[in-house]
Design a protein around this ligand. Structure first.
Ligand SMILES: Nc1nc2c(ncn2[C@@H]2O[C@H](COP(=O)(O)OP(=O)(O)OP(=O)(O)O)[C@@H](O)[C@H]2O)c(=O)[nH]1
Ligand SMILES: [Mg+2]
Length: 459
């Protein structure tokens, strides 16, 4: 399990095509008997008569790993000001120029920074990812989503590189998160809902190591009770935290005992204080000094030992073989890839591809047919609507024509009557004029008498 491999994981570990090769072998061999199969599978052990040299293989691996360097990515999740940066600085004995975050960000975001470190001849590309604004919003419902998204995005980037035809995993900067240090407030009470929800949504994606931050703020007896309470809450809520592996006998004992100290209660400080005749990292208070590296004061040394010295490679390995594998499996299944067919027969990538293509064409044809039918139906519906509209228009037109005709007839009748009236009137007028003229021309007529009478009145 503990093999000092660099980030070039794809070459040494399961690749996309391996499952296919294994499946094919199993399929052909199912035709021979179990006994024969066992004989075929188990290699014969032989004794060599002299030195060959492959005993240097582990050294070759070590040399190559040292040449290539290592990478390790830490995600720090915790409320603003809980001591994330101080702890990381103390862990790596460096000042990673961090800035204080504001408490007024509307959303949680993640800030990643990569550093190149070197210890003797071992180079480490270290990425520190910090949550910014975690726990500061009034509504904390979405606080963990950006963290989940960040972890998934790093898996996705690796998967995309792995799926490339021309992949270069050997010099790929693996940004997948190897460990999540989850900072718990030293309240002495219990986990907050946000802590539980966040850890629950991350536990299948990353190795979580919970730590009790600023452990100098809690008394010794309270701390023990707090640790027990936290662990029981994690268990009862089904949160899977990272346990130091106990399957490698060289470190099984120390790891098993360290698992009993989880969650580590840590204190961080880069300040050096003189204790006796030695300068030690500590936090100084009016009533005394908390020494960071004193195991009676806090679990900082335990965390550093476990995280950096003993289990860094296991954390990298678990990230690849467990968390990334799960992500990759879900993603490939989502894309329609399967190792076995519906009747449990092994399926090659080619077969899956062909089946998918077939399914895709079938689906496309079905969709095309559906679209065609829908189109014809729509055209028919539209035609019917248009015909109906035309019919209505025609009826309207006929109605108007009839009304117009009737109006015309009525008007013509009126005109005829009027003309008759005019004619009658003209006749009457002519008759009356003739009569008037006759009356006027007659001497001594009444008209003349009237005129004379009028004239005499004026004189
Ligand atoms: N009592 C105590 N204070 C600590 C401890 N670690 C850090 N602090 C103090 O807490 C304050 C914030 O520490 P940071 O390390 O900046 O916290 P942070 O979580 O990185 O803060 P942001 O990045 O702004 O979210 C500083 O004043 C530190 O000195 C600790 O273990 N105990
Ligand atoms: Mg910080």
């Amino acid at each position: 399990m503990q093999h000092p491999l660099p980030s070039d994981a794809g070459r040494h570990r399961g690749s996309l095509f391996q499952s296919h090769i294994t499946a094919k072998t199993a399929h052909t061999s199912s035709q021979v008997s179990d006994h024969e199969q066992k004989q075929k599978d188990s290699p014969r052990s032989l004794t060599m008569s002299g030195h060959v040299g492959f005993e240097s293989l582990p050294d070759q691996l070590v040399n190559r790993s040292i040449q290539q360097g290592f990478c390790f990515n830490i995600l720090c999740v915790g409320e603003t000001g809980i001591g994330k940066s101080t702890l990381i600085d103390t862990l790596f004995n460096t000042n990673f120029e961090g800035h204080e975050s504001s408490h007024f960000y509307p959303h949680v975001r993640l800030k990643a920074q990569t550093y190149e470190l070197q210890e003797s001849n071992v180079r480490l590309k270290l990425t520190i990812v910090n949550t910014v604004g975690f726990g500061d919003q009034i509504n904390k419902e979405e606080s963990y989503q950006p963290i989940v998204d960040y972890i998934d995005a790093q898996f996705e980037a690796y998967l995309q590189e792995e799926l490339k035809i021309k992949r270069s995993l050997f010099n790929y900067h693996d940004s997948r998160v190897h460990v999540c240090l989850y900072f718990i407030s030293p309240t002495g009470h219990s986990l907050k809902t946000l802590d539980l929800l966040t850890m629950k949504s991350l536990d299948s994606k990353v190795n979580i190591i919970p730590v009790i931050a600023k452990a100098d703020a809690i008394s010794k007896t309270e701390l023990q009770k707090f640790k027990i309470k936290l662990m029981s809450e994690l268990v009862s809520n089904g949160v899977q935290i990272y346990h130091f592996p106990t399957d490698d006998e060289t470190i099984a004992k120390i790891n098993a005992s360290m698992n009993g100290h989880l969650p580590f209660a840590v204190v961080g400080s880069m300040d050096e204080v003189k204790v006796g005749n030695k300068m030690v990292k500590a936090r100084q208070y009016p009533w005394g000094i908390v020494q960071v590296e004193n195991e009676n004061h806090c679990d900082f040394v335990k965390l550093r030992e476990m995280l950096i010295c003993t289990n860094m490679e296991d954390l990298r390995d678990q990230t690849h073989t467990r968390h990334y594998e799960l992500y990759r499996r879900h993603k490939l299944e989502e894309m329609g890839f399967m190792d076995v067919g519906p009747e449990n027969q092994p399926l090659s990538l080619q077969e899956t591809y062909e089946a998918k293509r077939h399914e895709f064409y079938g689906e496309r044809q079905r969709k095309e047919e559906e679209m065609k039918q829908l189109f014809v139906q729509r055209v028919k519906e539209k035609e019917a609507i248009l015909k109906e509209a035309e019919r209505e228009l025609q009826a309207k037109f006929e109605h108007l024509k009839r009304v117009h005709q009737e109006e015309k007839l009525r008007l013509e009748e009126k005109r005829r009557l009027l003309e008759e009236e005019i004619m009658a009137f003209s006749k009457k007028k002519a008759t009356s004029e003739i009569y008037q003229n006759q009356t006027f021309m007659t001497p001594g007529s009444n008209l003349r008498k009237d005129k004379d009478r009028k004239n005499s009145n004026f004189m």
